[in-house]
Design a protein around this ligand. Structure first.
Ligand code: SAM
Ligand code: SF4
Ligand code: SF4
Length: 375
């Protein structure tokens, strides 16, 4: 089967910046209120990378050849403090963010992560609702941390799991971490009430695509929703090639041949996964088709890197340095205006234009590492 990139329709507002931009910016007081970017997309979801370190060396994300002993990770004082993270999240909530996702690196490696969760759990939307706080993890420390995270106010976790075969799993994480400990962590998170739990499997052709059907079979009928993620060209470390992407359509085809599936509608605006369910009632799966069916048109995600840069796209070539503003003594109103201005100018839609770029242009764009900006 050859890989094709399916073009998607243009975003809703076709003329960037014509009439859109920041919707409501009062001339006095805190510049709060919902934002819209140049394609009229709101900011709803904030993903915060809380460490650039990880105890795994997944071959497609932090290959040892790049992230070896000599790799210079950030120093502690370069990371945003919990107070700084909470302040940014508070302003983001005033601008319409309803979901926070802690990520990394491996977020459970950040000391005191439950203290941070507790601070974020205090935040409210303008109409007084708590934010939904989620975390994406490799699951290695969940068995130990699930209960305290729940107690701190974490709502749910997404766990990355690329293989059920122990030999394969250990080869993929490249630190000999056994899959059984991740499976125990997933169960601990479920028992602690951190659900509904989603399991993310990045599929790379020739590496783990033979596990698509076994993974689907294993998690069918369980409380866990398995989601298949097309391997993406993030960063420069993984030597991405289109031939290694298994298109979601092929994934559905392969599973359906064994366990028939039918499509389901989206649950929330900006939902990244398309959902399918087993026709016999065995539950559902998700497909995240960032390569073959881009969802830029509804992308409402902002990202904060470990050192406090605001990125408006996973593939943005640079971030906006909020840490410099925070440490320079900016007040809440100034920070609010800065964030509103950045979002108002946003016109990113990399996944939609990927197929029009030459490999050189693509490499120049897709250079922020996933472990730095978070998934
Ligand atoms: N360490 C945590 C984990 O693995 O869940 C959180 C950070 S990790 C960078 C977030 C997600 O990005 C993981 O689900 C991982 O599989 C995914 N990811 C990393 N590199 C990727 C790539 N090149 N294409 C698609 N997904 C990728
Ligand atoms: Fe670490 Fe997650 Fe990247 Fe794997 S995918 S190396 S667990 S940050
Ligand atoms: Fe959003 Fe950028 Fe991904 Fe498009 S490529 S869905 S704009 S993060």
């Amino acid at each position: 089967m050859t890989n094709t990139i399916v073009p998607v329709s243009a975003p809703r507002a076709a003329t960037p910046g014509a009439t859109l931009g920041v919707r409501r910016l009062p001339s006095t007081g805190l510049a709060d209120g919902a934002l819209a970017d140049r394609f009229d997309r709101p900011m709803r979801d904030l993903r915060i990378s809380i460490t650039d370190r990880c105890n795994f060396r997944c071959v497609y994300c932090m290959p040892k050849a790049v992230f070896g002993r000599d790799y210079a990770f950030l120093d502690r004082d370069e990371l945003l403090s919990f107070e700084e993270i909470t302040r940014i999240a508070r302003i983001a909530a005033a601008h319409g963010v309803e979901k926070l996702r802690l990520t990394g690196g491996e977020p459970l490696l950040r000391r005191g992560v439950d203290e941070l969760v507790a601070m974020l759990a205090e935040l409210r939307t303008p109409d007084g609702r708590p934010l939904e706080i989620a975390l994406t993890t490799n699951g290695s420390a969940l068995a130990v941390k699930a209960a305290s995270l729940k107690q701190a106010g974490l709502i749910r976790v997404t766990v990355s799991l690329d293989s059920l075969d122990d030999e394969r799993f250990q080869a993929m994480n490249d630190v000999r971490f056994p899959v059984s400990r991740v499976l125990d962590g997933i169960d601990a998170a479920h028992d602690a009430g951190l659900g509904p739990i989603k399991l993310n499997m990045v599929v790379k052709r020739g590496l783990n695509d033979d596990e698509i059907v076994p993974m689907a079979r294993h998690f069918r009928g369980t409380p866990y929703t398995l989601r298949f993620i097309e391997y993406m060209d993030v960063g420069t470390s993984n030597g991405w090639s289109l031939d290694e992407v298994v298109p979601s359509a092929e994934i559905v085809e392969r599973i359906s041949a064994d366990m028939p599936l039918e499509p389901l509608g989206a649950t929330a605006p900006g939902e990244t996964a398309t959902r399918w369910r087993y026709t016999d009632g065995g539950g559902e799966i998700g497909l995240i088709s960032s390569v073959t069916n881009a969802f830029c048109g509804t992308c409402n995600r902002a990202r904060i890197s470990t050192e406090g840069k605001l990125f408006t796209c996973l593939f943005a070539d640079e971030g906006h340095d909020l840490r410099a503003l925070l440490r320079g003594g900016i007040d809440d109103e100034g920070l609010s205006r800065a964030m509103a201005g950045i979002w108002g100018a946003r016109d990113d839609r990399y996944s939609e234009i990927r197929s029009t770029l030459t490999p050189e242009l693509r490499a120049a764009r897709a250079k922020i590492e996933m472990s730095y900006i978070g998934g």
